[in-house]
Design a protein around this ligand. Structure first.
Ligand code: UFG
Length: 329
């Protein structure tokens, strides 16, 4: 029996595949390679190139392979783009999931782990954020992820499927081997953008606002290493295999760092002065996002290994300094 990883050539998907294979599991990947990279596909995984919106394609994967559970990363995930092109997010994220679920139900596949996001909460009502807090997304990306969670809920009630939804906070870092890492085009995330400065690809990093109500005026985020996220997916698959009920879990370190602290840590790790320039706030950025992941720790037995921001940035730097253009030569 295999685990099917949809979007296994993307950032978090590829790191999860590496961990699954390290655990001795059989892995099948399906990815349309729109935002993923063939070079990120683990050589021991079986790979199908195709789109989950294509029913024939996804049916053929389930017909050809013996799939025990699905891990679903196949979605668009850029907040800014989701605001200028919302229908792209409804089409890929929601229609893709609808077709996937139709095919899973038809094939009797009843376990799915889903890649969700802190963006489902919107502006937090309190810190740290709990899974039971209000969900009022402030962007289309978060809205579609929340709708996908609800789709799982109603389909699970009707068809007996079980799901685990994992709401990530700020995914970052790279595999310790330095073989795979973060590669978005365009890049919008803080840590890879900071590291473009010591890589000679940017003159400085821009800080989006220093007048927030935080200790140094810059936004606070909960940075969580991609390998820790990957481990949580494996625990979630095992939880479902052991008969666990459908549930939702936050994944973060429970510690917040300001943008200035992240830049300062990157200076220490790279030995580069990394000039920073403060500009206007970016629309839609909440001042503070910090997770309570106690539920994942308690129920799934999750233990993040990379609690230290310096270690996280070291792993990211190992990847970016050796792959300044990501997977492109
Ligand atoms: N930032 C800068 N300068 C930059 C880039 C980012 O100051 O050049 C700041 C942002 O304003 C924010 C922080 O750095 O305060 C982190 O920004 P990212 O873009 O790296 O991440 P976000 O917190 O905006 O987004 C992350 C995930 C999203 C998810 C969201 C949940 O990347 O997928 O958390 O709210 F939706």
């Amino acid at each position: 029996m295999s685990i099917l990883v949809l979007g296994g050539a993307g950032y978090i998907g590829s790191h999860t595949v590496y961990e699954l294979i390290d655990e001795g599991m059989e892995v099948v990947i399906a990815d349309n390679l729109e935002t993923g990279y063939a070079a990120a596909v683990h050589p021991k995984a079986k790979f199908y190139q195709g789109d989950i919106r294509n029913r024939e394609f996804i049916d053929s994967v389930f017909d050809n392979e013996k799939i025990e559970a699905v891990i679903h990363f196949a979605a668009n995930s850029l907040v800014g783009e989701s605001m200028t092109n919302p229908l792209k997010y409804y089409d890929n994220n929601m229609c893709g999931t609808k077709v996937l679920l139709e095919s899973m139900v038809a094939h009797g596949i009843d376990k799915i782990v889903f890649s969700s996001t802190a963006a489902t909460y919107g502006e937090p009502e309190s810190i740290p954020i709990l899974e039971t807090d209000n969900t009022k997304p402030t962007n289309t990306y978060g809205e579609t992820k929340l709708s996908m969670e609800k789709m799982f809920y109603w389909v699970s009630r009707a068809h007996g499927l079980r799901y685990v939804s994992l709401r990530y906070f700020n995914a970052c870092g790279a595999h310790v081997s330095g073989q795979i890492g973060e590669a978005h085009n365009p890049e919008t995330h803080l840590i890879p953008l900071i590291l473009k400065v010591p890589n000679g690809q940017r003159e400085n990093i821009t800080i989006f606002g220093d007048d927030y109500d935080t200790k140094d005026g810059t936004c606070v985020r909960d940075y969580i290493h991609v390998t820790d996220l990957a481990q949580a997916h494996i625990l979630a698959v095992k939880y479902l295999m052991n008969g666990g009920a459908s549930d939702i879990f936050n994944l973060g370190n429970g510690v917040g760092f300001t943008v200035k602290e992240v830049i300062e840590t990157a200076r220490k790790v790279t030995g580069h002065p990394i000039p920073a320039v403060t500009v206007e706030r970016r629309a839609g950025d909440p001042a503070k996002l910090i997770a309570s992941s106690e539920k994942a720790v308690k129920v799934l037995g999750w233990k993040p290994q990379f609690a230290d921001l310096e270690k996280i940035i070291e792993s990211a730097w190992k990847w970016h300094s050796t792959h300044p253009n990501g997977y492109n030569k």
